[in-house]
Design a protein around this ligand. Structure first.
Ligand code: FPP
Length: 262
């Protein structure tokens, strides 16, 4: 019965795309929104290519959606929003795309940070930040310290990030503690590793959204996503609307989460 209703909703959505956002929003239980949502923002390149434009135009269009998604997350009282902006593997892209992306990160952060601050958003960045340009590191540092006391949404931008690198970095921290005799090797357990991850104080993502239709993890949050619910949409990131975000949450709220139990 529920599936029939869902199919009907999906068909109506094709006919009345704008009306459906309202439907999903009306049916979201505001007391059960995921505490942490993580997003793989994929499809900028294809979006640009479909329009005969350079890939960077797609990334630029993607920044508008970042802004809109942050606003929506705040409105829904989501506590943590993690956005995958640049992976360790993304350095393999053509040099001009990489440098245009880096410029875009600086430009976007410089432009948006005041407003984020006024909206009580706490900005953090995770990844191997020390390998980024001095300019970008400074911008990230300014944004982080300006907003560090804010108590609203925590916006985490994963930049020069990979899940494996994060685990390796955690192991390095742990080994240093063992070297300094602050930790006994036999006492190392899952909690020790978890405590040494970049964002060790955050709840793990309950919902992981991937735009652009690919069905893979792409080295994102490997440790943290063991029991995350996945929501994959063919919608390309620059086309990702508020209504798509609402739909993801609506769908999440209808999942049965068992965490390995019955
Ligand atoms: C993946 O799409 C997207 C990226 C590697 C960059 C994402 C960056 C932004 C949306 C800018 C946001 C800025 C901040 C500060 C968060 P793709 O290029 O792999 O697309 P494709 O799969 O269609 O080629």
């Amino acid at each position: 019965m529920f599936n029939t209703v869902k199919r009907l909703v999906e068909s109506l959505r094709l006919i009345f795309p704008k009306a459906s956002g309202g439907f999903f929003l009306r049916h979201i239980d505001i007391n059960k929104v995921p505490v942490h949502v993580a997003i793989i923002m994929d499809g900028n390149g294809r979006w640009a290519k479909m329009r005969g434009l350079p890939r960077i135009v797609g990334h630029r269009a993607g920044t508008k959606i970042v802004r809109q998604t942050v606003e929506t997350a705040s409105e829904l009282s989501i506590k943590y929003l993690t956005l995958y902006a640049f992976s360790v593997e993304n350095w393999q892209r053509p040099k001009d795309e990489v440098s245009a992306l880096m410029d875009l990160f600086v430009e976007m952060l410089d432009r948006e940070i005041r407003e984020l601050h006024e909206n009580n958003v706490r900005f953090i960045a995770t990844g191997r930040l020390g390998e980024l340009s001095q300019r970008l590191q400074k911008t990230i540092g300014r944004a982080t310290s300006l907003t560090e006391k804010n108590t609203g949404l925590v916006l985490n931008i994963a930049i020069n990030y990979s899940g494996r690198a994060e685990i390796v970095d955690a192991v390095r921290q742990i080994v240093k503690k063992v070297d300094k005799k602050e930790l006994e090797p036999d006492k190392i357990d899952e909690k020790t590793l978890a405590d040494n991850l970049y964002m060790s104080d955050a709840v793990y993502p309950e919902l992981l959204i991937r735009t652009g239709g690919e069905r893979r993890i792409s080295n994102f949050l490997l440790w943290q996503i063991v029991y995350s619910e996945f929501w994959i949409t063919p919608v390309l990131w620059p086309d990702f609307k508020k209504s798509d975000f609402f739909e993801a949450i609506y769908d999440f709220q209808r999942r049965e989460r068992r965490f390995g139990g019955l």
